[in-house]
Design a protein around this ligand. Structure first.
Ligand code: PML
Length: 243
């Protein structure tokens, strides 16, 4: 059965408004396109004057099928306590207190970035070939591809985090949502699973981004970037909401 990658991007002038992607079988592409067009046209970030929907056929033997990371939630009373949990989780992955502090500073200082930062603990350096652009993780979806036009932050983030965690040499991911109405973020790794952290920021704050922490001694960085940006991944058993 043929599968298509379907990507939507909406903008007003140079300003990014919305983006989403799915991987769907031929018979579902009409419904998926309609849902993504609906989502692009009605977005809280504004009215787009440009909507692009791109379809590409994916060869079935290129696809990697991955089980979703196990999910947990660690609620905290205040933002600083959530960052304390993030710190503990980073130490659990073998980072030194200094390295943990460094990556937390990086994720807290992101203004708004379309792609993610890639930080290598072996060299202590950022590895994105283009820092403005960052690393863009694409070609991924849940096995039960959604035809819902609304954004499900949790579901889309779990799919992305599962793909990222399985990259060669990847240690962990830190995420703060850039949606001003969404204060839950996460820490994700193959060891710890998908750990939801809340609150990670104040309501109304539109700063957010992602930092991927890798170790170039454990995996080749070029291969990791190629995997993140190009390898199609379908994630199995993705729930609609955290249980
Ligand atoms: C985003 O806005 O893209 C990040 C969403 C983080 C979702 C956290 C969760 O609810 O599990």
């Amino acid at each position: 059965m043929a599968l298509f990658s379907i990507k939507m991007r909406a903008a007003e002038g140079q300003r990014h408004i919305s983006g989403a992607e799915r991987i769907a079988p031929t018979e579902k592409i009409g419904d998926v396109i309609a849902a993504l067009a609906q989502r692009a046209a009605h977005h809280s970030q504004g009215e787009p004057d440009f909507i692009n929907i791109k379809l590409e056929r994916i060869e079935p033997d290129e696809i990697r099928y991955l089980p979703a990371l196990p999910i947990s939630t660690r609620p905290a009373d205040i933002i600083e306590d959530s960052f304390e949990i993030m710190r503990e989780l980073l130490l659990g992955e073998g980072l030194t207190p200094q390295e943990a502090e460094g990556v937390i500073e990086q994720v807290r200082s992101v203004k708004v970035m379309r792609g993610a930062m890639l930080y290598d603990v072996a060299s202590g350096r950022r590895m994105e070939p283009d820092r403005e652009r960052g690393i863009r993780v694409t070609y991924m979806d849940a096995e039960e591809s959604s035809t819902d036009s609304g954004k499900n932050h949790f579901r889309e983030a779990l799919v992305l985090a599962t793909k990222v965690a399985n990259g060669p040499g990847m240690i962990a991911e830190l995420c703060i949502s850039d949606d001003p109405d969404y204060i839950t973020g996460y820490f994700a790794s193959r060891n710890a699973g998908y750990v939801r952290l809340t609150p990670l920021k104040n309501m109304g704050d539109s700063h957010g981004g992602r930092v991927f922490i890798c170790d170039s001694r454990r995996g080749n960085i070029d291969e990791l970037i190629k995997y993140l940006e190009k390898t199609p991944v379908i994630v199995k058993d993705v729930p609609d909401k955290p249980c």
